[in-house]
Design a binder for this molecule. Structure first.
Ligand SMILES: O=C(O)CCC(=O)C(=O)O
Length: 264
């Protein structure tokens, strides 16, 4: 059972302490100490079991795999963990995460999709700059949010998220496929003002929350440590989408499962 309340950190728009911190200034915020060590440990163990089983079963494609120095396939991604084991859903839909997101966005949010991003030690590959809403195509972008839950301590060496501060105020930019990585979309380099780049270091159990228009990336893992994170994507009830994002959303496709898990 996942319980507890989130320590309120940061300074809100009215100057008081508020979980949004400077989210609306920068387009992202780090909130540490959301999940306990034990809660994270259980999810991380299961994530590794699922990822390794999928590689054994050859389910992983290029997007899900990194190669180590010996050419061995290392897990990089688990798609739709919510659908693979209820432990993931109970974790992601915990009251404390939903209340944190509600406080930041200003309205209740509903879970659409998820992935677990695994960057293996030394070989975990980079993710190019992008805006999540280039994939989702939903509006209003202010009501579409990602909560990236750190399953390890994350810093520059093991591939933390990096943001272009203030980029959440941009429209959705044109994105093109990355050479050799068709699954990765990115905007033109000229659209990315690297002078405004900030690093989102976060402790295990902390959450990085970002706006759907915030430009973000992560570099390769050059450390000897794993960098694992559970990314969850949410919308308010007023959001509409140009593509099938909402038709595939968990709250729409699995209403009973979603409702049962949400009770926790
Ligand atoms: O975990 C990463 O390196 C990339 C995550 C990301 O792009 C996202 O959660 O939107």
């Amino acid at each position: 059972m996942i319980e507890g309340s989130v320590e309120v950190t940061g300074t809100g728009p009215a100057g008081g302490r508020h979980p949004s911190g400077d989210y609306w200034e920068r387009g992202w915020v780090v909130v540490n100490d959301v999940f306990t060590h034990d809660e994270v440990a259980a999810v991380k163990r299961l994530a590794m079991d699922v990822a390794r089983a999928e590689l054994e079963g050859k389910e992983g494609d290029d997007a899900d795999v990194d190669l180590d120095a010996q050419g061995n396939r290392m897990p990089r991604k688990v798609m739709t963990p919510f659908l693979k084991d209820p432990v993931f859903g109970r974790f992601a839909l915990s009251r404390k995460l939903r209340s944190l997101l509600r406080a930041i966005v200003g309205a209740p949010v509903f879970m659409v999709s998820d992935q677990i991003f695994l960057k293996p030690p030394r070989v975990g590959s980079a993710k190019p700059y992008h805006q999540d809403n280039a994939y989702f195509r939903c509006s209003p972008g202010d009501e579409v949010v990602t909560a990236w839950i750190a399953l390890d301590d994350v810093d520059a060496e093991n591939g933390c998220l990096r943001y272009i501060d203030g980029s959440h105020r941009l429209p959705v930019l044109d994105h093109h496929e990355t050479a050799g990585e068709k699954y990765n979309l990115q905007p033109a380099a000229a659209d990315i003002d690297l002078s405004r780049e900030s690093l989102a270091r976060v402790r295990q159990g902390g959450v990085v929350v970002h706006h759907s228009h915030a430009l973000h990336t992560s570099h390769a893992n050059t450390s000897s440590r794993w960098r694992r994170a559970y990314a969850t994507h949410w919308v308010t009830e007023t959001v509409t989408c140009k593509v099938g994002t909402l038709d595939r959303a968990y709250f729409a496709t699995h209403p009973e499962l979603y409702r049962d898990l949400e009770q926790h």
